[in-house]
Design a protein. Structure first.
Lengths: 412, 155
């Protein structure tokens, strides 16, 4: 019998047979975004659809581009902290401290242990709040609303801690170059203690019980949007998204900053790199963050919370009113007249979404000559169109949610 | 390093990060070698950033690559300087998929052309913008202000 010829009638057949689509008149163009409930921010995906299947997608970004790198070129170092808040606004303290550490590296400022530990506590709280948002919203996007409600109560508590420490909730502008602007107050310590020992572990355990082995959730996420480790590295993935593929790269362990080498914690990894693995890695990381905060709280060193560097760290307000020297330093620092050396420095911290890098070129002036933010979202979001090919819209939404693309970080 | 010898210049290590310069013709062979050599294995492209030095003749534009070898935990910075008459450099996006958007961003801000790039269009700014905003000829500071001149700060 003669071999039957395979006749491609529709584009679906072409997809099923893994053939190139020659005629795209049949395809529908669908805009996912710029404002769509699933994007959690402002960015667009133009999808070519064949029925319910995605044939190809093109991402458009830049809707909330605010020219941070250009603005940074006229601002003194301490004023750039407010720009970093608005990168990944789900974990602003990490961005703030990352920037401070970059400047400290350039100025060669040694920060006392207490300030480093306070930074670690706050950065881990920020990581928890970042992962909380990502995981609970992934639940919402796959149809489970209640987990979101349980966890946002805990995020609210973390925001209250921020408020106690710096007065702000979202755009924190926390810390200073050379340490913290003030010590942890007894109220802040009590609130952190209550969060990590009483309320949060319970809520997270409850959330895990609700989601981890949930049949519907597993069906929606396992083997959806998987990516191999090689592909992920080629696409510049970092953070939980890279670790979900099985690569144990974590800046905290690889190049410890701010005394991370003092703490005992594990780096959870997945192996499929799919949506479920990303979810599980983030969940496990929250437990590790809790472990780090507990250790930091138990061993919080005594001593000053800022570096003894008059040239860079603002003197206490009381002294500014009384002593001439303090007044001069106050004026010089506020005007940005610190003596920055000429040089270039790259500093990376482990942000909520991956390696957040600051490339700073200083020409010795009051402002950076060039400042480049390595924004993890911007780099790994490129892979999205490859990840969604051949899947359905509902899968694409779950993948986008689990990648945790934050528009502020995407567009700078 | 000895593999490329004289093609690598200005070798230094500011703040513990090995840095060197290369020319636009050599950059892709160097990246390929660093990526594919079994001992070096710089499989990860951390970052591409552009920079503009309007006063340095023949080296007005710079493209700065940050590479990372996970196995050896080594970072590397490569700088390529380009003249303003011909700000062109071959694309690294065939080697590193992540370079695609980073190069588009650099093109968007500095107008540096990446030869062979699959889709070299603006990424963050509007398509109908007719200048490259990160160049130094577009200052943010109001040029008419006189209260912030260097003399007032003892410089």
């Amino acid at each position: 019998m003669a071999k039957e010829l395979e006749i491609i009638k529709t584009t679906s057949d072409a997809l099923a047979l893994n053939r190139p689509i020659e005629d795209d008149r049949e395809l529908t163009t669908l805009n996912l975004g710029p404002t769509h409930p699933a994007t959690h921010g402002v960015f667009q995906n133009v999808l070519k659809m064949d029925g319910d299947k995605i044939v190809s997608g093109v991402q458009t970004v830049g809707y909330i581009h605010r020219a941070f790198e250009k603005i940074a070129e006229r601002r003194p170092f301490y004023q750039i902290t407010t720009l970093t808040d608005r990168l990944n606004y789900c974990s602003s303290p990490i961005n703030n401290f990352g920037w401070h550490m970059t400047v400290e590296k350039l100025l060669n400022v040694e920060v006392p242990k207490r300030a480093q530990y306070i930074r670690v506590i706050l950065m881990e709280l920020a990581r928890i709040s970042d992962h909380l948002i990502c995981n609970s919203i992934l639940g919402v996007d796959t149809g489970a609303y209640s987990g979101f409600l349980y966890l946002f109560q805990e995020r609210e508590k973390i925001y209250e801690i921020y408020e106690e420490i710096c007065g702000a909730r979202l755009t924190t502008n926390m810390g200073r170059v050379g340490g913290m602007e003030r010590d942890l107050s007894p109220t802040a310590l009590a609130k952190i203690d209550d969060l990590i020992r009483n309320s949060f572990p319970k809520a997270l355990a409850e959330f895990e019980k609700l989601m981890n082995r949930n049949r519907i959730f597993m069906d929606r996420t396992i083997n959806v949007g998987g990516i191999t480790a090689e592909r992920a590295m080629n696409y510049g993935f970092t953070g939980p998204n890279l670790r979900a593929t099985g690569v144990d790269y974590d800046v905290r362990a690889m190049e410890p900053y701010s005394s991370y080498e003092d703490f005992d914690f594990e780096i959870p990894v997945g192996h499929n790199g799919d949506t479920y693995d990303r979810y599980m890695v983030r969940n496990a990381e929250m437990w590790e963050s809790l472990k780090i905060i507990r250790q930091a709280m138990d061993n919080l060193p005594e001593g000053p919370y800022f570096a003894n560097e008059n040239h860079y760290y603002l003197p206490p307000k009381k002294e500014v009113y009384r002593s001439m020297e303090a007044l001069i330093y106050h004026f010089k620092i506020i005007m940005g007249e610190i003596e920055a050396p000429i040089g270039e420095v790259y500093h990376a911290v482990e942000g909520g979404n991956g390696e957040l890098g600051f490339y700073l070129v200083s020409d010795g002036g009051r402002t950076p000559y060039r400042l480049h933010f390595r924004r993890p979202c911007f780099i790994y979001y490129q892979a999205y169109s490859e990840m969604i090919e051949g899947l359905t819209i509902s899968d694409a939404v779950a993948i986008m949610s689990s990648l945790n693309v934050i528009a502020g970080e995407l567009d700078a | 390093m000895s593999h490329f010898g004289p093609k690598i210049t200005e070798l230094e290590e500011p703040f513990g990060l090995l840095t060197f310069s290369a020319s636009a013709e050599d950059i892709i062979p160097i990246l390929e070698y660093l990526n594919q050599n079994d001992r070096l294995r710089f499989k990860f492209l951390t970052d591409i950033a552009g920079i503009h030095f309007p006063d340095s003749k023949g080296k007005e534009f710079g493209v700065i690559y940050h590479l990372h070898g996970f196995e050896n935990a080594v970072r590397l910075r490569i700088k390529v300087y380009l003249p303003k008459e011909k700000p062109e450099i071959p694309t690294a996006s065939k080697l590193y998929a992540s370079a695609n958007w980073m190069e588009r961003e650099t093109f968007d801000f500095y107008g540096i052309k990446f030869i062979g790039h699959p889709n070299l269009t603006r990424i963050l700014n509007m398509d109908d913008m007719d200048y490259h905003p990160m160049r130094k000829e577009y200052p943010l500071e109001d040029g008419t202000r006189e209260d912030k001149i260097d003399a007032l700060f003892g410089r």
